[in-house]
Design a protein around this ligand. Structure first.
Ligand SMILES: Nc1ncnc2c1ncn2[C@@H]1O[C@H](COP(=O)(O)OP(=O)(O)OP(=O)(O)O)[C@@H](O)[C@H]1O
Ligand SMILES: [Mg+2]
Length: 253
């Protein structure tokens, strides 16, 4: 059976004030796959996600979804400590397709929320106000919020940016495990790929508005990235850690 593509992006182009932030970006995500979207600050990762989520219409190109629904963990969420929103309330909102409103939770709704909080390791702070939780704790609750509606694709925008190495590791392990358990494809952005390297089935590397995608072995190479950057860069392996360095004195093989 051919693999099911839950997401296909073809030729996505976005221009802001005359500047092409995305220039014909194409890639796809297959069912159950863990795909890393790698790019430096300002490379266009969040912009690409907004296109994928239908929040931003590209000036050219198409986005096709095939699957149940898309869960989204945004890069920035600001919730006041005083906001009367408990972790379990935020997760329950994910059941309602993002619609706000007062609804008495039925027993099955409550069970699903409890199961999800448990699955992401957030049961201990289920009744705490979201705005009082630490960054790592909020991240878990946001993942539960995104997953409780049982999407086939989870889009996560830099979920590791504000976490320490250990918490980042835990979140990556958690998402990779949930992906297998829930038949979920994951598209996760990061500016640093090492934390997700062991779990990435494929990588989409974004630079200069363009993207190359493939397995890490196909993409994370000096020649491929130099061509993408249109600038000599070198991929080094330092004791199993990938380092991408650039400069005119770099000799590309
Ligand atoms: N609505 C907008 N109007 C004008 N310019 C924008 C808009 N949104 C993004 N940009 C610009 O597009 C570029 C890409 O931004 P984007 O937020 O997609 O980058 P990113 O890869 O997510 O970066 P980071 O790693 O810092 O989150 C940036 O130069 C940004 O200033
Ligand atoms: Mg961003």
């Amino acid at each position: 059976m051919p693999p099911v593509r839950v997401l296909t992006v073809e030729g996505a182009t976005v221009t802001f004030g005359g500047r092409r932030v995305l220039d014909g970006v194409s890639f796809s995500v297959e069912a159950g796959e863990f795909v890393g979207l790698i790019g430096a600050n300002g490379a266009g990762k969040t912009t690409l996600f907004r296109v994928v989520l239908g929040l931003l219409k590209p000036s050219a190109g198409t986005v096709r979804h095939l699957g149940r629904r898309v869960g989204y963990v945004p890069q920035k969420v600001a919730i006041e400590p005083d906001a009367p929103l408990r972790a379990r309330d935020l997760v329950a909102l994910g059941l309602d397709g993002e619609r706000f409103g007062v609804r008495l939770p039925s027993r099955s709704r409550r069970e699903r929320v409890d199961r999800m909080l448990e699955a992401v390791g957030a049961a201990a702070f289920a009744d705490a106000r979201v705005g009082t939780l630490s960054g790592g704790e909020q991240q878990r609750v946001l993942i539960a919020h995104a997953l409780v509606g049982q999407p086939s694709l989870l889009v996560m925008d830099e979920p590791l940016a504000n976490l320490d190495i250990k918490s980042g590791h835990e979140i990556v392990e958690l998402v990779a495990r949930l992906a297998v358990e829930q038949d979920l494809a994951v598209l996760l952005s990061a500016h640093e790929m090492n934390a997700i390297l062991p779990h990435m089935d494929r990588v989409v590397y974004l630079a200069e508005g363009r993207a190359v995608s493939g397995t890490t072995g196909e993409v994370i190479r000096s020649d491929v990235l130099s061509e993408l950057y249109r600038y000599p860069v070198k991929v080094l392996d330092v004791d199993g850690t990938v380092v991408v360095v650039g400069g005119h004195d770099v000799k590309v093989r």
